[in-house]
Structures are given as structure tokens and as C-alpha cells.
Design a protein around this ligand. Structure first.
Ligand SMILES: Nc1ncnc2c1ncn2[C@@H]1O[C@H](COP(=O)(O)OP(=O)(O)OP(=O)(O)O)[C@@H](O)[C@H]1O
Length: 282
């Protein structure tokens, strides 16, 4: 029960003057139920990578297995893959288009061939899961705040009951409060549904707080793959590829260098605070 990428390479416009290698020999396994963060600077291949995971892009080289089946084999049911592996694009609210919120969220299940009653039940369940208020179900999606629009867009994918949810920068363009709300909601959803979640992010703080595994991309290659603690232990190498560890990593290292008896591997503010208190009070 997993997504497994084996030696995936991808080139945009191969064989033309515009040929661009975007992924270079990436191997990766994502077990069902994990919460994986993908980070990397602009152009490192994050979006290209996740579009392989639900078959939107087909690797130039390599193989991709979903639940043990090679998705590139002849006759593979791509439609099923796309409903099981939901992809929420950057700025997903740009894809809202129906007259009201409920109808918009019904779009996916309707496409899956469910009856109108089933669609509505799915949509209501999904909207409740993302914490969207029932009083606004009949509102136009275009009149909502940025954070609420994004909730509706995420509900639209959830209503298809995916087993894997991939989110490309779900907090882009939101204010700090909106960002925390959306990420808390995603973490809660994961707990409630047992879905696999793949989160593409620019923010080290965000990924450190939520994910249990971190994949760092650099120039189309996988540079690091491990728990946030394992990855941030390489903070000096991360800097060399234009990334930084969360600020607390630097603070803890600075405190240790100044003689304070603290462990340096905290990746969240809460962990750092606990460690500093332990060091002070013994
Ligand atoms: N449609 C396309 N045609 C040609 N090249 C592309 C296309 N999309 C992306 N690329 C190139 O492929 C490389 C990887 O891009 P990709 O969008 O996957 O990176 P990213 O890490 O998701 O970046 P960002 O953080 O800016 O979204 C980049 O060099 C990019 O310019």
C-alpha cells in the first residue's frame, strides 16, 4: 500500500530546443498513512514530482507503482488512480467555478458517477471535515475569504474520498493566521481519515511542525530524505543548496556554542522551549 517511484527522470519538451530536465533519477517510497513534506527551492522539481504521483505527467524514464501495480503498464486504470490520489494545485481557488459552495464540492463525486444524493452527502461530509460553516454552503465561492476558498477547494478533492492527498503549497498567499489554520486542518484531516498526505512547501517551519518525513529536492534530484530531525541535522549542507533549517535549529546551535547544555535537534518552537527549560531547571 504505497506509492513507489523507481529511478524516475522527466524532461519537458524532449528532443526540442526547449528540452528541460526537471527530474533526474528520483527513487522514493511513500507508505500509506505517512505525512511527507517535499521542500526545495524554486525550480527544484517539486511540482513536476508530485504530478507524477497521480499520473498527470508520465516519466521519461523509470517506473511508478501504486499499491504494487506499475501505472505505466498497458491498460492500467488511470482514472481510478486519479480519484485515489487527489492533487490540490497551488492556488486551487482559481479552479472554483460553480454557483455555490455545495455544488462546487459536488463536482468531483458527480464525475465519479455517484447519484445526486450521494454527491451531496459526500460534499457535506467533506465541507464539515475542513471546518467550513454550513450557513455558507449556498454562498458563491467567489465571495469567500482566501482561506475559506482554499477550504472549499480542498473539500472538492476530499469529496472524492482519496487515499492520498497531495497539496502543492497549500498556504501560498495566505496570512500567518490563515496559514496555521489550513495546516492544522490538514493535520486533523489526516488524523481523522488515515489518508497519506504529501505537502509541498517552501516553509521549513511548516514542514518541521507537521510532517513525519521530509524529502529535499535540489536541481531535480533527491538531496535528503528522512525525519525532519535527520534532515535538519544537515543544516549547513541545506544552506549550500539555498535552503535553511527552521530558525530554532540555529538558536539551539548558538546556545550550545555559547556553553548552554542543550540538545541541538529541536525542530519546533515547542520542542526548543522544553529543552531550554530542562537545561535551566535541570
Ligand atoms: N511546462 C514546463 N515546460 C518547460 N519547463 C518546465 C515546465 N514546468 C516546469 N519546468 C521547469 O522544470 C524545472 C522544475 O520545475 P518545477 O515547477 O517542478 O519546480 P518547483 O520546485 O515546483 O518550483 P516552484 O517552487 O517554483 O513551484 C524548472 O527548471 C522549471 O523551469
Amino acid at each position: 500500500m504505497s506509492i513507489k517511484l523507481e529511478h524516475i527522470s522527466y524532461k519537458y519538451s524532449p528532443g526540442t530546443a526547449y528540452e528541460k530536465a526537471a527530474l533526474d533519477d528520483v527513487s522514493l517510497e511513500i507508505p500509506q498513512g505517512s505525512f511527507v513534506g517535499i521542500i526545495g527551492h524554486t525550480g527544484s522539481g517539486k511540482s513536476t514530482l508530485i504530478q507524477h504521483m497521480n499520473g498527470l505527467l508520465k516519466a521519461t524514464e523509470g517506473a511508478l507503482y501504486y499499491e504494487g501495480e506499475n501505472i505505466y503498464q498497458v491498460g492500467y486504470n488511470m482514472k481510478k488512480l486519479r480519484t485515489q490520489v487527489g492533487l490540490v494545485f497551488q492556488y486551487p481557488e482559481h479552479q472554483l467555478f460553480e454557483v455555490d459552495v455545495l455544488t462546487d464540492v459536488c463536482f468531483g463525486p458527480k464525475n465519479q458517477g455517484l447519484s445526486p444524493e450521494e454527491c451531496e452527502a459526500r460534499a457535506r461530509e467533506a465541507l464539515e471535515l475542513v471546518g467550513f460553516p454550513e450557513s455558507a454552503y449556498k454562498d458563491s465561492p467567489f465571495e469567500l475569504s482566501g482561506g475559506q476558498k482554499r477550504r472549499v477547494a480542498i473539500a472538492g478533492i476530499l469529496a472524492m474520498k482519496p487515499r492520498v492527498m497531495i497539496l502543492d503549497e497549500p498556504t501560498a498567499g495566505l496570512d500567518p493566521k490563515g496559514r496555521d489554520d489550513i495546516l492544522d486542518q490538514i493535520a486533523e484531516l489526516k488524523e481523522k481519515t488515515g489518508m497519506t498526505v504529501v505537502l509541498v512547501s517552501h516553509s521549513m517551519e511548516d514542514v518541521a511542525k507537521y510532517v513525519d518525513r521530509l524529502v529535499v529536492m535540489d536541481h531535480g534530484k533527491k538531496a535528503f530524505d528522512g525525519t525532519p530531525k535527520e534532515v535538519f541535522a544537515h543544516y549547513k549542507e541545506l544552506e549550500e543548496i539555498g535552503l535553511a533549517a527552521p530558525q530554532v535549529t540555529y538558536i539551539m546551535h548558538a546556545l550550545a556554542e555559547h556553553g548552554m547544555n542543550v540538545k541541538t535537534d529541536a525542530t519546533t518552537i515547542e520542542e526548543a522551549a522544553t529543552e531550554i527549560m530542562r537545561s535551566i531547571h535541570g
